[in-house]
Design a protein around this ligand. Sequence first.
Ligand code: SAM
Length: 273
Amino acid sequence: THFGFEKVPEAEKAKRVYKVFENVAQKYDVMNDAMSLGVHRLWKDMLLHVMHPQPGARLLDVAGGTGDISFRFLDYILYQQERRKRRAAASSQTPSWQDISDKYPTEDRPQESRAVVCDINKEMLKVGKQRADSMGITSGLSWVVGDAEELPFDDDQFDIYTIAFGIRNVTHIDQTLQEALRVLKPGGRFMCLEFSKVTNPVLAKLYDVYSFQVIPVLGEVIAGDWKSYQYLVESIRKFPDQEEFKGMIEDTGFFCVQYFNFTGSILHQVFLQ
Ligand code: SAM
């Protein structure tokens, strides 16, 4: 095949993916910065700006790895709460969030915002938990080992489902999307960050050189693991393009599916509302 891709049998893929992330877990965050020159932070920030979560929102972050999306989610909510407080304080007529919430009996109050990080790989979650500890995050966050294709959650539980750089790693995309729909509350949002097909031919050429010649070298130098990073590049190339992926999401039963191309469509973001 193109670039000499190795054909991995379907039954082998999950095992292979597990090994890759088990191997890279400790170096995962450093590698993300190195490979994307820090740009993955901006992509994740963008996701949060589009999401614009409000206090009380419940997030399920699937393939959540070391927690980047969930940390941002909790930060964003804190920021929203602070803003509300400040706005209320600026106008003496407006009751503060606290005044309002004190008037309601406990059971009527909005639930506490929560983020659940779900990942199939316990090594990735372990690194995530260590990060949470070092940031002093003590509430609103939980870590669950689980498969995106068979989520360990009841129906209608979450307001927002995110999957960032994760869906290309699953064996059955359709099954993963059905599970997302199942665990989301009616009206909930599915949001996905994923690499995609680059449309500009000049950029596409540069991207190819970077992906196939620079990334595995970085993988070897920083994480001592050429093969895992070669897998990463291959998995990006095999993923459906923007329109095809959008069609798959619609076929699952989601409405208003939109995508945005970022950074010359190296990355795209899909969400529905
Ligand atoms: N979302 C994180 C981020 O943006 O930094 C981590 C992304 S990392 C590239 C991909 C993650 O997908 C890995 O942590 C891997 O263990 C997880 N993963 C792969 N297959 C999965 C599956 N079937 N179910 C849940 N997680 C899976």
